[in-house]
Design a protein around this ligand. Structure first.
Ligand SMILES: C[S@@+](CC[C@H](N)C(=O)[O-])C[C@H]1O[C@@H](n2cnc3c(N)ncnc32)[C@H](O)[C@@H]1O
Length: 280
């Protein structure tokens, strides 16, 4: 697949899962709250600043920042998927956040002037882009000198069983293609701390600090687990949705066994690991 085809596929996946991503917003935020908190704290937004959120999805990370920018400051909440952006607009309206400019923007070609923002946020976005180098260079271009980027991506697959348990089962049955090594985009394409740091340096960031952030996905049973993956996990989500009933049942039964080591009193808690970075 060439990079244009990857981009088209990524766009179609985002548009297809936007409604369920929005419906699952609360659960997603609950799992990933430590990542959001890290990003907001490290970005350290100040009154009056302009902050750009790339690949914002439903936008919660940015909305938390918007509250700190005050009336003179502004959040530019963006995503390349119009349906995701509409979901963010609804969420922003519900929260009553007024200092937000919503725009459809592809992070690999940011339609903003150079040196026009003080901070950039991007949670679980860059790793999905076919041209990560271009997206990071564009991010550096729109940041003012001294501006900060706070990002998060997923760490290595072996530290993220929440995704790999289902993914491996689907791959083993020939129902999903095996993951391609970086630079091909994907959930784990920026899992290597050294490579991600090098990408940031190459894009013009001088000072890069990274940190591993553990998260935990709570699920009640294997069926609920599959439903959550089908609602949220990008291309894997669409493959799970397409399963025939008997195939789905076989996978659910296998997952029940695979989940056993993660059992708690209330169901299962499956670990995940995000890799976060602050760059300036
Ligand atoms: C996994 S979701 C993360 C959403 C949100 N940042 C969060 O943490 O909840 C990935 C998002 O990246 C967006 N995205 C993927 N490629 C993009 C690109 N090239 N430019 C802008 N947004 C992109 C998708 O539309 C989707 O909303």
């Amino acid at each position: 697949m060439d990079s244009e085809q990857m981009q088209t596929m990524s766009y179609e996946v985002a548009e297809a899962i936007a409604p369920t991503w929005e419906r699952r917003r609360e659960a997603i935020e609950e799992v990933t709250a430590p990542v959001r908190a890290w990003m907001v704290e490290r970005l350290a937004p100040r009154h009056g600043e302009t902050v750009l959120e790339l690949a914002a999805g439903v936008g919660d990370t940015g909305f938390e920042v918007a509250a700190r920018l005050g009336e003179e400051g502004m959040l530019i909440s963006t995503d390349f998927s119009p349906r995701m952006l509409e979901a963010a607009r609804r969420r922003g309206a519900k929260l009553g956040v007024a200092n937000v400019d919503y725009r459809v923007i592809d992070a690999q070609r940011i339609e903003l002037a150079a040196d026009s923002v003080d901070g950039v946020l991007c949670r679980y976005g860059f790793m999905l882009m076919p041209d990560q180098a271009a997206a990071l260079a564009e991010t550096r271009r729109v940041l003012r000198p001294g501006g900060r980027l706070a990002l998060a991506v997923w760490g290595p697959p072996e530290r993220n069983p929440f995704f790999t348990l289902v993914g491996a089962e689907m791959v083993a049955r020939g129902l999903f293609p095996p993951p391609q090594p970086p630079p091909a985009p994907g959930l784990f394409s920026m899992d290597d701390e050294e490579r991600t740091t090098a990408l940031l340096h190459d894009a013009g960031f001088d000072d890069v600090q990274t940190e591993e952030l553990p998260v935990a996905f709570g699920v009640t049973d294997a069926g609920a687990y599959l439903d959550f993956v089908a609602d949220t996990a990008g291309p894997l989500a669409l493959a799970v949705r397409a399963l025939a009933d008997d195939e789905r049942e076989r996978i659910r039964a296998r997952l029940e066994e695979a989940l056993a080591p993660f059992a708690t009193e209330r169901g299962y808690e499956v670990p995940g690991l995000a890799l976060a970075a602050l760059a300036r």
